[in-house]
Design a protein around this ligand. Structure first.
Ligand code: SF4
Length: 212
């Protein structure tokens, strides 16, 4: 990747994976709105951040660890990093989420991107991490296999591409995602979808008339 690329926040990858328009509204147009989900998520992260580093047995627990990847142009913070043993040291990133495990890879992409940053910084390979879900009090292991790594790299590439274009894409066609989206009112997905389909039909008929 080129050296003049903008750094993307790790948390922004989750926005991109959820809906590229959400990513663009927040990171290109710089709009933000808080709803119950984001407010609660922020509170949870504040609590996680307030805990200090500690050691239990052979494992050291570091909180709010800053990471960066110069190759992928990513930066951000890890909620928790478990570090175990002398070299070869085992690094195990953990990300806290307010909800419950998702069917889609949104949260896993953010966690895998954290692992990619750590791998570059510490020159190690990280095989596994975990997502901890507040709502169900459950820790879900995540394997950083080839499929997840490729999905994550595709999201990183897509997010950089969108940022470079400076354009906000149309709303996602997965309308169910809009219901939990904090940007629903600012985004106006239904208005944009309607306008887009009427513009499409107008263009279709205009082309048709011109061809006749
Ligand atoms: S309201 Fe829907 S289309 Fe708009 S940003 Fe949110 S998820 Fe994307």
């Amino acid at each position: 990747m080129s050296a003049d690329k903008q750094l993307i926040m790790l948390s922004a990858l989750q926005h991109y994976a959820y809906c590229p328009r959400q990513f663009a509204l927040i990171h290109i147009e710089q709009v933000w709105a808080e709803n119950f989900f984001t407010a609660h998520g922020n509170l949870l992260h504040e609590r996680v951040d307030s805990y200090e580093a500690e050691r239990r047995g052979s494992v050291r627990y570091e909180r709010s660890v800053a990471v960066i990847s110069h190759q992928l142009h990513l930066t951000g913070k890890l909620d928790l990093l478990e570090i175990e043993g002398k070299p070869p040291t085992r690094y195990f990133p953990v990300e806290y989420k307010r909800g419950k495990p998702k069917l889609e890879d949104w949260d896993k992409i953010q966690l895998c991107a954290q692992a990619l940053c750590l791998e570059e910084m510490c020159e190690v390979t990280i095989d596994e991490g975990a997502l901890w879900y507040w709502q169900v009090r459950k820790r879900e292991p995540v394997l950083f296999n080839d499929a997840l790594r490729n999905t994550t790299l595709a999201a990183i590439g897509g997010a950089h591409g969108l940022l470079a274009s400076g354009k906000t894409p149309m709303p996602t066609d997965k309308k169910i995602r809009c219901r939990a989206c904090s940007l629903m009112d600012l985004c106006e997905p239904n208005t944009f979808r309607r306008d887009h389909s009427s513009a499409y039909i107008t263009a279709l008929f205009t082309d048709h008339i011109q061809q006749e």
